[in-house]
Design a protein around this ligand. Sequence first.
Ligand code: TYD
Ligand code: MG
Length: 456
Amino acid sequence: MAKGKKVTVYFCQSCGHESSKWMGQCPGCREWNTFVEESVEKKAAGKAKDSSSAKEELRTSKISEIDMQSKERMGTGFVELDRVLGGGVVPGSLVLVGGDPGIGKSTLLLQVCRSLAESRDVLYISGEESLQQIKMRAQRIGEFSDNLQLFCETGMERIEQVVERQKPQVVIIDSIQTMYSEEVGSAPGSVSQVRETTGRLLQIAKGMGITIFIVGHVTKEGVVAGPRVLEHMVDTVLYFEGDRHAAYRILRGVKNRFGSTNEIGVFEMREGGLAEVANPSEFMLNGKPKGASGSVVACSMEGTRPILAEIQALVCHTNFGIPRRTAAGTDLNRVNLLMAVLEKRAGMSLSSCDAYVNIAGGIRMNEPAIDLGIVMALASSFRDKAIDEKIICFGEVGLSGEVRAVNMAQQRVAEARKLGFDRCILPKVSISVLTDTKGIQIIGVGTIREAIGQIR
Ligand code: TYD
Ligand code: MG
């Protein structure tokens, strides 16, 4: 192949935007100070035509002709992970697993390898750890089949050779930031390297029908370093979230070409690796205080699954001119908005109060259905009156103080009943869709005033 000439270009580290000169603000994603210089090789114009396609027959296909037989999904050994993937791993797919360093990505994938290697050939390629380090981790997890091969390498050219020779069914790349291709001059982890190596992995995955899991570290801004360029190239994007100091981890599907997004899987980090948490609601409600004001249980749908979590609020008189508000686990702007609605529509003078809102358990919830829970917790703390611990609530709150309908009300009610709640405060308009309310008292409310009236 003709060698092109080396040129210096600038890439936005946040969105991958390419520019020939440095800029303070990225025109693509409007982030500041994200441009980094990289040198890449530009192919000589005109010669870039793919010579291989000229030889092969160019052929289009009819949908009815396409063969589906090898598309059976593989189980990963984790029900939680299978659900996030949409029912197991699709052969030939490219899956990105992102997350903060140290959250447990390598551990999760090694455990997946262990279960897949029972009946398939798996190749684990690590650019971060030595064979001894991987073995140390593996010993904590358990026995491994010899179908699992390990390979410590960072050069894409050698990885391609090994994959072509071994023809494994599943490959793990840990991590994409350590991989480099000699064709690109810049350092591993730079946008052009990440883009090039992912592109090559994509060709391997689609060309040979190999499933590839890619580990990607996330920068402190919360994007995979080297970044959104990568997200659109892969089939599935999973993020591993959670507090490194807490035991549980949440795996969230952000993009999935083979299933619904926003599904979550809950795991717990133990001595011997990650274990699934089959009933996350029970887990999240662990340690809920009894008879304390400012605490209520709300229900959020995470994908197809209802999750109950305790919302806590602390409202107290401010000592400064400007009240202080914080929100952990949910959106602060939403909390500010709901406080304004409470002030205007329910007559609570919150403007001179500090307010702290927290979703206990460390899970992040952004569904509008938790609005009513936030409102109830704030009102309960403001009045210093506890909400009955057998009450659960959900509903979206509008700017005029109305409680609006939410979807999947029946599933939420069923989950609440399963966990022993006996009263459910929900939007009045959602009552008509309920089909089974045995064993739980349903309280429909139209406005936040009616809902707050339930705090006695
Ligand atoms: P790791 O998978 O190395 O994180 P990542 O690949 O995302 O950077 O996870 C490392 C953490 O997990 C480390 O803090 C130790 C902990 N851990 C356990 O608690 N139990 C275990 O059995 C294993 C293997 C790791
Ligand atoms: Mg790792």
